[in-house]
Design a protein around this ligand. Structure first.
Ligand code: HEC
Ligand code: HEC
Ligand code: HEC
Ligand code: HEC
Length: 186
């Protein structure tokens, strides 16, 4: 009989633990969890309601029409403005003097909240030859060799935009056929 008491106490403890667990779980798990699968159904609506940080090149071109037109007509119309400049939402809010307080973001620390690309680092992301890159994308094997072989002189301060306009890729040359820095802004 004394052994049965031990057993009943153990069962009682187990029941309390299970009921306690189910109670806490019912309080913590959101009501719409598991309706369609192993997730919270309203999470879809929450995500869809978030404002996209990328606004697209057409939106940039609405204000920067001259650069937008040059970009569309040139060989660089495949990479998008935001591939080089980063997401543009904060920038449009800053220039339109709209509130950005709801968006804590390190981008806000940059002037006008838009990245001014270096004119070399981001070019190398796409154009420095590696075996993974598609062979259809024109690439350069070595920065110093490329610059020196196009009448430039490579130094540690050299940039691709010393010769190439980043928005059109066009190289401007002087009367002697030597590349000169392009005019980038309007
Ligand atoms: C609502 C209009 C508007 C839109 C949309 C807009 N910009 Fe601007 N942008 C401006 C204005 C105004 C300036 C400031 C011009 C000045 O001070 O000379 C500016 C400046 C810039 C600068 C220079 C920043 C600097 O530090 O000098 C860059 C780069 C730029 N914009 C890129 C973009 C890109 C990329 C997009 C799209 C993601 C974009 N802008 C969308 C209005 C806009
Ligand atoms: C996000 C990727 C990306 C970045 C960053 C990028 N490019 Fe490009 N670039 C391309 C693509 C893609 C093309 C080819 C476009 C096509 O053929 O439709 C191209 C084309 C070119 C061409 C023309 C090649 C030819 O066909 O004659 C030059 C030159 C060039 N880029 C230089 C640059 C320079 C300089 C920079 C930096 C300011 C740069 N690119 C940054 C993707 C990129
Ligand atoms: C000293 C000037 C100069 C500099 C600096 C320079 N380029 Fe060029 N690049 C040229 C010239 C000139 C051409 C020949 C084609 C042309 O006129 O567009 C060329 C062609 C290219 C091409 C096309 C290659 C092909 O196979 O047709 C790519 C891609 C390119 N450059 C990328 C870059 C990148 C990336 C940088 C920076 C790392 C850079 N260039 C820096 C002058 C320069
Ligand atoms: C391949 C990379 C690349 C792409 C794509 C690109 N930009 Fe740029 N952009 C640059 C670089 C590099 C600079 C020059 C930074 C400098 O001069 O210090 C620049 C400068 C600018 C400036 C400042 C011009 C000034 O007057 O100083 C504006 C505005 C701008 N870009 C807008 C755009 C817009 C709009 C698009 C798309 C239509 C675009 N960019 C696409 C690389 C890019």
């Amino acid at each position: 009989m004394r052994h049965a008491a031990h057993f009943l106490r153990l069962v009682a403890l187990l029941v309390v633990a299970v009921v306690g667990f189910l109670f806490v779980r019912s309080k913590l798990v959101p009501q719409d969890f598991g309706v369609k699968g192993h997730f919270r159904l309203s999470a879809i609506a929450d995500e869809a309601a978030r404002e996209p940080r990328h606004i697209g090149s057409d939106a940039c071109a609405e204000c920067h029409d001259e650069i937008g037109n040059a970009w569309k007509a040139g060989k660089h119309r495949t990479p998008q403005c935001e591939n080089c400049h980063g997401p543009g939402l904060m920038h449009t809010k800053v220039v339109a003097e709209e509130s950005t307080t709801a968006y804590p973001d390190r981008i806000l620390k940059i002037r006008l909240a838009i990245r001014r690309p270096t004119g070399i680092v981001e070019c190398k992301w796409c154009h420095l030859r590696t075996f993974e890159r598609p062979s259809t994308l024109k690439s350069i094997a070595n920065v110093a060799d490329h610059i020196n072989s196009h009448t430039g002189t490579f130094t540690k301060d050299s940039k691709c935009i010393d010769c190439h306009n980043p928005h059109t890729t066009v190289v401007t040359v002087n009367a002697k056929g030597v590349p000169v820095p392009p005019k980038i802004g309007p």
